[in-house]
Design a protein around this ligand. Structure first.
Ligand code: UDX
Length: 439
């Protein structure tokens, strides 16, 4: 079976490499020549644990090219894994998907199955099928299937090699059989459904996880007000297997390439059909507010950050990635700069990307110690291991005023109790061991 994959971002490249690992010959198509050359030399253009190693060990089965015609012409299965970014109105931009559909129509010379892996609004599979059919150059049999991915950044390879489930959305049984064959060596439950349900499974899964995060963040905010501890509350809830303990970490909100985009896209789609998804609207609203939680907390200690040295630990939307998309840091830094703060920042992987947005406004430090030296206040935006393993006693040794606002609850309160610091985290008691008071 010959496989082609359109797009070499997180979805496309990881899919292509994992299918090669399962023995298939895979042609990966991208419009970016530089990226293609890089991949042909064995370098992965994205930072993802295990990806480059797997890519290199399967190089004889992987072909990277900008020539879509060669890749699609005689493929049995073509996966579409291009981006579906958010438009200004919150809906999903399908231009990349549609342009791949046209290229497929121009190129295919034998019967094939086109599989949409990108997260696309409900009904897109039908549109893609009609675009391809209208523009077909050769008389071939074609079917379009939905097969959403559920990979998370940082664990994308593992999530793809060992998926929680394989969802296949088809209109004909024969197409389902072909895809079952593709995935025959994957150990995971396979759910075959119609295309609209498969498209919905992807949105509903992501939006439910985002809802779970916004829910726990609201409970955390209430815990702070009434004197309960969110860590214990989440632990107590998580023992109930109907609730589950995962995705109950409160913090300064979710970011990344999926949750923000997919909540807005589903909300937009429902509105378009005159239906208001109230839970999703609340999820989005809670998250927007939550991202500003630490800035609001800082007002308890300083009425402005003007002239203060602010230390930031963590810039990426989560640890284990260099991705900044929708990261809380991106909305907080401009507010701090407008306030007149002098910012020093550290991140384990995201500094180069952050420099593209803020090249000169911030001092980037190589170590956590340098970042904290002489700082008036510290904001923790990402729970990198380096931050979690940092000895809390060192905050007071290095900072001018050791006020730590922790947006990811990196330290347990018992260890903080013994430190001469002010530690204000999410949904927990504020520990103030400083000898002076604030405004
Ligand atoms: C997510 C989904 O997990 C994945 O299944 C889907 O295919 C794509 O979107 P990803 O965006 O890579 O993956 O990261 P994830 O680990 O899910 O975290 C997303 C955001 O939620 C991060 O900003 C993270 O900090 C936040 N989060 C996650 C919480 O605030 N609390 C939690 O308990 C879990």
């Amino acid at each position: 079976m010959k496989i082609a994959v359109a797009g070499t971002g997180y979805v496309g490249l990881v899919t292509g490499v994992c299918l090669a690992e399962h023995g298939y010959n895979v042609s990966c198509v991208d419009i970016d020549n530089e990226k293609v050359e890089l991949m042909n030399s064995g370098i992965a253009p994205i930072y993802e644990p295990g990806l480059e190693e797997l890519m290199v060990s399967n190089m004889e089965k992987l072909f990277f090219t900008t020539n879509y015609y060669d890749a699609y012409r005689d493929a049995d299965v073509i996966f579409i894994g291009v981006g579906t970014p958010e438009k200004l109105d919150g809906s999903a931009d399908l231009n990349y998907v549609y342009s791949v559909a046209l290229q497929i129509a121009e190129s295919i010379e034998k019967d094939c199955v086109v599989v949409i892996k990108s997260t696309v609004p409900i009904g897109t599979n039908e549109k893609v099928e009609s675009i391809i059919r209208k523009n077909l150059k050769k008389n071939v049999n074609l079917s379009v299937a939905s097969n959403p991915e559920f990979l998370a950044q940082g664990t994308a390879v593992q999530d793809t090699l060992y998926p929680s489930r394989i969802v296949i959305g088809v209109e004909e049984e024969s197409t389902g059989m072909i895809l079952k064959e593709v995935y025959q060596n994957f150990e995971a439950p396979i759910l075959i459904t119609n295309r609209r349900s498969a498209e919905m499974i992807k949105y509903a899964s992501n939006d439910f996880l985002a809802l779970k995060i916004s829910f726990i963040n609201e409970i955390a905010n209430l815990c702070e007000i009434i004197g309960a501890d969110i860590e214990d509350v989440a632990l107590g809830m998580g023992y109930d297997s109907r609730i589950g303990s995962k995705f109950l970490n409160s913090g300064i909100g979710y970011g990344g390439s999926c949750f923000p985009k997919d909540t807005k896209a589903l909300h937009w789609l429902a509105n378009f059909h005159d239906y208001e998804l109230k839970t999703i609207k609340a999820t989005i609203d809670v998250n927007e507010n939550q991202k500003l939680k630490l800035i609001k907390k800082s007002r308890k200690y300083f009425d402005s950050l003007n002239g203060l040295t602010v230390a930031i630990l963590g810039l990426t939307f989560k640890p284990g990635t260099d991705d900044l998309r929708e990261a809380p840091s991106l909305v907080n830094v401009p507010i701090m700069l407008e306030d007149g703060a002098k910012i020093k920042a550290w991140d384990s992987a995201g500094v180069n990307n952050f420099k593209k947005v803020f090249p000169d406004e911030i001092t980037y430090c190589k170590t956590i110690e340098d970042t904290l030296t002489d700082a008036d206040i510290c904001f923790i935006f990402t729970e990198w291991e380096e931050v979690k393993n940092f000895n809390v006693l060192n905050f007071s040794k290095l900072m001018k005023t050791p006020i730590i606002l922790d947006g990811r609850n990196c330290y347990n309160l018992v260890s903080v109790q013994k430190s001469p610091i002010l530690y204000d985290s999410i949904g927990r008691e504020t520990i103030n061991n400083l000898e002076f008071s604030f405004i």
